[in-house]
Design a protein around this ligand. Structure first.
Ligand code: ATP
Length: 488
C-alpha cells in the first residue's frame, strides 16, 4: 500500500529535484514559459545517464540473453491496434473534482492515501477494508460507490479542505490527434500509451525474419504518452515518458514458470546495478488486469514511499489473439518440437526509463557530514556514470594543459571525459562529485618527469599515483557493463 511521505522525505525529494536542475540532469520542459506540467527535459549529464541506463538495459536483453532481439516501432499505429488492445475502451482512470478548489484528483488515489494513514497509525484492518472495498467497486465499475466511499470517509480536498466533490467519472488516458491534411479525410490516431503493442503487431515479422524459435523475446525502448490526471512527484509520473519493454513468447502452459524466471531475473538486475536489497520489494497484484493471469511490480523505496518501478506481467495470449481477431490475420507459431500450431503466451517486463533514472538519482544522492568534511556527491555505479573521468591539470602553466590534453586524446574515443583547467583543484573535485564522476585525474609537475598522474576516487576521496599507461585499462575495468552482467 502507498505510504505518504513524511516532511523529511519530501525535503529529500526537493533536494534531489533542485540538484538535478542545478547540475544539468533534469529541467522542467519549456521553462522560460513557466514549464509544462509533467513534462521534463534532460540536460548534459542527464542525457548521458539516461542513455547509459537504456544501453545497459538493451544490452542485458539483446546480448546477455541469446534469445531476445530488438525492434524500433513507430509511435503512431493503426487506430484499430488500440481497439484490439483494449485501450480505447478501458485505459481509464477514475477522476473526481473538488468543486471549491477546482482541483482534479484520481478517486482511487484519494482512497488509497486515506487508507495509508490508517495503516501508518497501526489500524491495518481498517486500511485493508478500505482498499478491499475500493478494489471491488472498481472491478464492478461502481463509480457512484467510490464517490460514496470518499464522502462517507470524510476525505477532504487538501487545497480547499472541503468534501464538496463531483461525481466520479472515467477518464481515458490516451492522447489523440488527427492524420491527414484535409478535415474530411482526417482520422483520429493516438500517441501510443505503451510500447508493447508495437511488439505484438510485429510478432510474426520478427519471428520469421530473425528466425526465432519459441521461447524468444522482443525488446523495445521508446516514447509513450499518457494524459495522467495526477502529475506529481517529478519524473515519477510524466505525460511523455520512455518505456523499456520486453515481450517473451512462450509455449502455452509454460507461462507461469517463465513468469517466475523473469521476476527473479529482473530483480537481480536491479541488485547488480547496486540498488540495496532493503530498498526493493516485490508486490504481487491482487486485482489482475483483464489480460493477465499473474502480475507483480518491483517497487523501490522512493523518498515518497515504496512505488512501482517495473511491472512483470503474464499476459496470456490476450494481445496476439485479439490482434488476430481484429486484423483477421493469423498470429500463430508452428512449434516443430511439439508439431503444433499455437498462439504463444507472453511474459512482459516493462520498466520506465525515467522512473529508473529517478531511482538511480535517489540511490546515488549522498550527503556526507563528518567532523572532517561535509560534501554532497552522486554515487553512481561507474558503468552508468555520465562522465567517467575528469582530467585536471593542477595549473594552467608549465605545459600541464598540453599534457592533460594528451591524456584526453588517449581516453576520449572510449569514454566520456571532461577536461578542466580553471579554478582550484578542490573546487574542481567538488564539481565532479556533484555530477558523480568516479575518477578525477590530476596532472602535475611530476607527470612531466615520470608520466604518472594522481587518481582521486569519488567515493573514498582517496588518491593514488598511477602511470598514464594504466589509465585506459583501469577505467575500462571499472566502467565496463561486464561488471554488472557478471552479477546477473
Ligand atoms: P502506475 O500504476 O504507476 O501508473 P502502471 O501500472 O500504469 O504504473 P504500466 O502500464 O505497467 O504502469 O507501465 C510500465 C512501466 O512504465 C511502469 O512500471 C513505470 O516504470 C512506467 N510508467 C508508467 N506510467 C508512467 C508515467 N506516467 N511516467 C513515467 N513512467 C511511467
Amino acid at each position: 500500500m502507498a505510504k505518504t511521505a513524511t516532511p523529511a522525505e519530501n525535503a529529500q525529494l526537493k533536494d534531489i529535484i533542485s540538484h538535478a536542475k542545478e547540475y544539468g540532469f533534469v529541467y522542467p520542459s519549456s521553462e522560460i514559459y513557466d514549464g509544462l506540467q509533467a513534462v521534463y527535459d534532460y540536460g548534459a549529464y542527464g542525457v548521458e545517464l539516461k542513455n547509459n541506463l537504456k544501453r545497459l538495459w538493451w544490452e542485458t536483453m539483446t546480448r546477455v540473453q541469446d534469445n531476445i532481439v530488438g525492434i524500433d516501432a513507430a509511435i503512431f499505429m493503426h487506430p484499430t491496434t488500440w481497439k484490439a488492445s483494449g485501450h480505447v475502451d478501458s485505459f481509464n482512470d477514475p477522476m473526481i473534482d473538488n468543486k471549491d478548489s477546482k482541483k482534479r484528483y484520481r478517486a482511487d488515489v484519494l482512497v488509497e492515501e486515506h487508507a495509508a494513514v490508517f495503516e501508518r497509525s497501526g489500524d491495518v484492518e481498517k486500511a485493508n477494508s478500505l482498499t478491499g472495498a475500493l478494489a471491488r467497486m472498481l472491478e464492478a465499475e461502481d463509480l457512484a460507490g467510490v464517490r460514496d466511499l470518499i464522502i462517507n470517509e470524510g476525505i477532504k480536498c487538501p487545497i480547499s479542505g472541503t468534501s464538496n466533490w463531483t461525481d466520479v467519472r472515467q477518464f481515458n488516458l490516451m492522447f489523440s490527434t488527427q492524420v491527414g491534411s484535409v478535415a474530411e479525410d482526417a482520422s483520429t490516431i493516438y500517441l501510443r500509451p505503451e510500447t508493447a503493442q508495437g511488439i505484438f503487431v510485429n510478432f510474426l515479422n520478427v519471428q520469421k525474419t530473425a528466425r526465432m524459435k519459441v521461447p524468444f523475446g522482443i525488446a523495445q525502448i521508446g516514447k509513450a504518452f499518457r494524459n495522467e490526471i495526477v502529475a506529481r512527484q517529478f519524473i515519477f509520473r510524466m505525460r511523455e515518458f520512455e518505456q523499456m519493454e520486453m515481450q517473451f513468447f512462450v509455449r502455452p502452459g509454460t507461462e507461469l514458470e517463465w513468469y517466475k524466471v523473469w521476476a527473479e531475473t529482473r530483480m537481480n538486475w536491479h541488485l547488480a546495478l547496486g540498488t540495496p536489497v532493503e530498498k526493493l520489494r516485490k508486490h504481487d497484484h491482487e486485482k489482475l488486469a483483464h489480460y493477465a493471469n499473474a502480475a507483480m511490480d518491483i517497487e523501490y523505496d522512493f523518498p515518497f514511499g515504496f512505488k512501482e518501478v517495473e511491472g512483470i506481467h503474464s499476459r496470456t495470449d490476450f494481445d496476439l489473439k485479439s490482434h488476430q481477431e481484429f486484423s483477421k490475420k493469423k498470429q500463430q507459431y508452428f512449434d516443430p518440437e511439439v508439431n503444433q500450431n499455437y498462439i504463444p503466451y507472453v511474459i512482459e517486463t516493462s520498466i520506465g526509463a525515467d522512473r529508473l533514472f529517478l531511482l538511480t538519482l535517489c540511490n546515488a544522492f549522498t550527503e556526507e557530514n563528518t567532523e572532517e568534511k561535509s560534501r554532497t556527491y552522486l554515487k553512481f555505479h561507474p558503468a552508468i556514470a555520465p562522465v567517467k573521468a575528469a582530467i585536471l591539470p593542477i595549473t594552467k602553466k608549465d605545459g600541464l594543459p598540453e599534457k592533460g590534453k594528451e591524456i584526453v586524446e588517449l581516453l576520449k574515443y572510449d569514454f566520456n571525459i571532461i577536461y578542466e583547467d580553471a579554478a582550484s583543484i578542490g573546487k574542481r573535485y567538488t564539481r565532479q562529485d556533484l555530477i558523480g564522476t568516479p575518477f578525477c585525474i590530476a596532472v602535475d609537475h611530476q607527470t612531466l618527469e615520470d608520466n604518472t598522474v594522481t587518481i582521486r576516487h569519488r567515493d573514498t576521496t582517496e588518491q593514488e599515483r598511477v602511470p598514464i599507461s594504466e589509465l585506459h585499462g583501469r577505467i575500462a575495468e571499472a566502467t565496463s557493463f561486464r561488471r554488472v552482467f557478471e552479477k546477473l
